[in-house]
Design a protein around this ligand. Sequence first.
Ligand SMILES: [Zn+2]
Length: 177
Amino acid sequence: MDWMIAYENRNVFLYCPLCSARALKVHKKSAYVCTECGLEFYLNTAAAVVALIEDEEGRLLVTVRDHKPKEGMLDLPGGFVDPGETAEEAVRREIEEEVGLKAEQLEYFGSAPNRYLYKGVHYATEDLAFVCRVSDWSGLKAREEIRDVLRLKREEIDLERFAFDSVRHFLRLYLNR
Ligand SMILES: [Zn+2]
């Protein structure tokens, strides 16, 4: 995968956000430089979280995305870590926002890089996965940004239907352990 800031050589940002000169050039993997004023403009890797949640019958909670990118494809609950938030706070918040459940215990599972295309801009993320324990499933419901919520048995999980490489990576490890 190409991790350069100008993905597939398409430089979407041309104007310096500081001096407005049309002088922004790719500088390194995560930064542009302005050849007029010298600004180094970073789009650093963003932290994001992913939740692996099994029910009491060993089925995995899977969501159907209701928005771009990858609308209609499968995903796991999760999203970007907000400024000032811990990854643990973020995964609890995302689980509640997306599927209406409260995670009681969290266990760090691993990390994987991902690339997220949104409105023509590619964002590099580092996805942090947690195995999350939920005991009360009464609130389960597809909520924000989710079209549907499924509980899939291991043999029903088809990695090709998932939206992101990082999630496929986590699922491969999870299903093989
Ligand atoms: Zn400039």
